[in-house]
Design a protein around this ligand. Structure first.
Ligand code: G1P
Length: 290
C-alpha cells in the first residue's frame, strides 16, 4: 500500500491580473462560483479525498484567505442570536479543524514550481497533493478522489489530465500517454506550453497532482523555463527519470476560472445545478438569451 496522502498544497500567490479591477484589493481565489469562493471549492475537493492538512502558499494581499478559513465570532454570534442555525451549521462544516491549516508566503512571483517549493518544510518527507484552485474541477466523486483511487493501486506520482482542442494545447502543460488501463495511463513525456506541433498529445495537465517529496529536490535544481518562471512541469520531467508518473483522464468537467469565460461558465453551470436557485436561474437565463 503506498504511503497515505494527508497534506495538500494550494498555490494562491498569483496576482490575478486577468480579473482587474476585481482583484485589485481582493485575492482572485475569493471570487465566487455562485456563493462559494473558488479556493473553498478546491479545499472541499481535497477534504472529500481524505486530505487532513491544507497548506496555502500565499502572497501579499491574500490575508482574507486566512480569515476565510478561521472562525468569525461576530458573524457566528449574530447568526446564533437570529436563530439562523442552518447557515451556522454550513459555516461550521466548511471550517478546517484547529491546526489543520498552514500558511506560508511566496515572496516573489517566480513561478508555480517555486511556489510549491515554498511549502517544502511544511510538507516534509511525505507524498502530497497539489491543487491549482483556478481550475474548478466539477466532478462526482471529486477529481482528487478519483486520483487517490489510482494512487492506492499504483503509488508514485500522478496527474489529472483532460482533452482540449489542439489549438489550445500551447496554453498548458501537455503529457504523452501509453499503456492505457481504463481511464489511467503511464506518462511517457511532458512539456510545458508547447507549440501545437511539438505537443505529444492534446491531454493537458489540468491542475491536480499527486507528488512524491523528491520533487522538492528537483525544483531546487531547476533553472527558469517557459515564461522565465520555475516550472513544476520541468521538475516533474526530471523526477520522471527516477520515478513512475501516471495520468488519469478524470470523469468530470474543468472550468478554468483564471479565465473570464471559464469563470462565467462555472457560475452558470453550477447555478443551474443548485436545487435552491436552479429553476429560477434557468428561467432568467432563458429570458436573457431570448
Ligand atoms: C500551470 C501549469 C500547467 C497546467 C496549468 C493548468 O500553468 O504549469 O502545466 O497545465 O497550470 O492551469 P499556468 O496556468 O500557471 O500558466
Amino acid at each position: 500500500m503506498p504511503r497515505p496522502i494527508k497534506k495538500a498544497v494550494f498555490p494562491v500567490a498569483g496576482l490575478g491580473t486577468r480579473f482587474l479591477p476585481a482583484t485589485k484589493a481582493m485575492p482572485k481565489e475569493m471570487l465566487t462560483v455562485v456563493d462559494r469562493p473558488v479556493i473553498q471549492l478546491a479545499v472541499d475537493e481535497a477534504r472529500d479525498a481524505g486530505i487532513e492538512h491544507f497548506v496555502f502558499v500565499t502572497g501579499r494581499n491574500k490575508s482574507v484567505i486566512e480569515d476565510h478559513f478561521d472562525k468569525q465570532y461576530e458573524l457566528e454570534d449574530t447568526l446564533r442570536a437570529r436563530g439562523k442555525s442552518e447557515a451556522l451549521a454550513e459555516l461550521e462544516k466548511d471550517l478546517p479543524g484547529a491546526g489543520q491549516t498552514s500558511f506560508t508566503r511566496q515572496q516573489e512571483p517566480k513561478g508555480l514550481g517555486h511556489a510549491v517549493w515554498c511549502a517544502r518544510d511544511i510538507v516534509g518527507d511525505e507524498p502530497f497533493a497539489l491543487l491549482l484552485p483556478d481550475m474548478v474541477m466539477h466532478a462526482r466523486p471529486g477529481c482528487l478522489k478519483q486520483m487517490m483511487d489510482v494512487y492506492n493501486q499504483r503509488g508514485g506520482n500522478g496527474i489529472a489530465v483532460e482533452e482540449v482542442p489542439w489549438e489550445h494545447v500551447h496554453r498548458y502543460g501537455v503529457v504523452g500517454a501509453k499503456d492505457w488501463k481504463d481511464n489511467a495511463f503511464t506518462i511517457d513525456g511532458m512539456v510545458e506550453k508547447p507549440p501545437r506541433d511539438k505537443a505529444p498529445s492534446n491531454l493537458i495537465i489540468s491542475g491536480r497532482y499527486i507528488l512524491q517529496p523528491e520533487i522538492f529536490g528537483e525544483i531546487e535544481k531547476q533553472k527558469p523555463g517557459a515564461g522565465g518562471e520555475i516550472q513544476i512541469t520541468d521538475a516533474m520531467i526530471r523526477l520522471m527519470a527516477a520515478q513512475d508518473f501516471w495520468g488519469v483522464k478524470y470523469k468530470g468537467t474543468t472550468y478554468d476560472c483564471g479565465d473570464k469565460v471559464g469563470f462565467l461558465s462555472a457560475n452558470v453551470a453550477l447555478a443551474l445545478e443548485r436545487p435552491d436557485i436552479g429553476p429560477d436561474f434557468r428561467a432568467a437565463l432563458k429570458k436573457i438569451l431570448s
